[in-house]
Design a protein around this ligand. Structure first.
Ligand SMILES: Cc1ncc(COP(=O)(O)O)c(C=O)c1O
Length: 385
């Protein structure tokens, strides 16, 4: 079930049993999200991006569905392996900036697919994981996506053949190309442009004697937070058309493996957060509510990307505007913010001490980005199915 639809009595019951703050998770919704993508892109092998939410039960649920894992560190590898993943067949080390100790560890347990975007990574990988398969990550446009990843990652396409050749000369096996169109991508054409660019690199690499056989389209599949007009099936239909346009021949000749690394779209709307009012005040004429979770806990993306989660107060009072703040000793810990990051009020039914706030679509980049600042622990996970 969609946990956002849980009735108030059930939420109150779970709070009586487990306290607050808690994440309420539907494993069934995670399975449905995975199957939906899997059906919409049947030729693609999926590797869930563990960074989105590494909760062990979530990883186990996905492993049982046959999903692999995109990992970025030894910690994420350990979490994926604990969930049952086979390092050789189920894991991609898809972060382009890797701690060398962790490259050696990954290689030692059989992980055989690494992503890179610069010459120094080739040196590190060749030294610590000789002979492994590598994907070169390209810079692609992230315009229209909420989280832009192209500022930090990806090689310029004009350097692609040089970097593929350098990897081969260092004894690695250049297997394919990867890209990421940015997280919460709302413009499907970004995938199509990136696939066109990837095909051009495939052709240039083949001319240079480096035949490639794998395309990794990264993550970016979006989640509905407020009322974004997202049609995931239509988006995937368009991606399939572009696979056909740029890689049709490869796919028909079984000469190309297609891979994706979704995170947000698998867990985002499978989790709600329940937090409690722990203090209230009036400041500069505005009503403030303070909760037992905030920016340093589950709401960091409000600050980073001006993310706006659906919120509801589990009370019945008159509609009242509130500033919503977290519990820590920092003024920045306010999670009612507008699209530019400025503090705003949110209208909720009148709330007081001990009342419950429910935030929807809290599965992705919430727990995984939460800190322990001021000694506040991240929320506990509670599973409803
Ligand atoms: C390399 C890589 N792959 C996949 C993902 C998952 O992206 P998303 O959650 O947008 O699907 C990310 C997110 O930062 C990433 O950096």
């Amino acid at each position: 079930m969609n946990p956002w639809e849980l009735p108030r009595e059930r939420i109150e019951e779970l709070v009586r049993e487990h306290g607050t703050p808690i994440y309420i998770v539907s494993r069934e919704k995670i399975r449905r999200n995975f199957r939906r993508l899997d059906r919409a892109l049947p030729a693609v092998k999926f590797y869930y991006a563990v960074k989105a939410n590494p909760c062990p039960e979530i990883l186990q649920t996905l492993h049982r569905e046959g999903c692999g894992f995109d990992v970025a560190s030894q910690g994420e590898i350990l979490a994926a392996v604990a969930a049952g993943a086979n390092p050789r067949t189920d894991l991609l080390f898809a972060d382009t900036v890797k701690d060398p100790k962790q490259i050696g560890y990954a290689h030692g347990i059989g992980l055989d697919d690494f992503t890179y975007d610069n010459a120094s990574e080739i040196t590190q990988i060749a030294r610590l994981a000789p002979g492994v398969n590598v994907h070169l990550r390209l810079i692609v446009s992230n315009e229209g996506s909420v989280a832009n990843l192209s500022h930090k990652f990806g090689a310029p396409p004009q350097q692609a053949v040089e970097l593929l050749t350098a990897a081969r000369d260092a004894g690695l096996v250049p297997r394919g190309i990867s890209f990421h169109v940015g997280s919460q991508c709302l413009e499907v054409e970004r995938y199509c442009e990136a696939l066109k660019l990837t095909r051009e690199v495939f052709d240039r690499a083949a001319e240079a004697g480096i035949p490639l056989e794998s395309v990794d389209i990264g993550g970016g599949f979006p989640v509905v937070y407020e009322n974004e007009p997202i049609d995931l099936e239509a988006m995937c239909t368009r991606i399939r058309e572009c696979f056909e346009e740029y890689f049709g021949r490869y796919i028909r000749e079984n000469a190309c493996r297609l891979v994706a690394e979704p995170g947000r779209a698998i867990v985002g709307d499978a989790v709600i957060l329940v937090s409690k009012v722990i203090s209230e005040s009036v400041r500069d004429g505005r009503n403030w509510l303070y909760f037992d979770d905030g920016i340093y806990g589950s709401f960091l993306e409000v600050l980073l990307y001006h993310m706006r989660y659906p919120l509801r107060g589990e009370t019945d009072g008159p509609q009242t505007p509130y500033v919503l703040a977290g519990p820590t000793c920092d003024s920045i810990d306010v999670f009612s913010r507008d699209a530019t990051g400025g503090i705003e009020t949110v209208t909720l039914p009148e709330m007081h001490l001990d009342d419950l706030l429910v935030a929807g679509a809290m599965g992705a980049y919430t727990f995984s980005e939460s800190t322990r600042f001021n000694g506040f622990e991240p929320p506990k996970f509670v599973f409803i199915d």
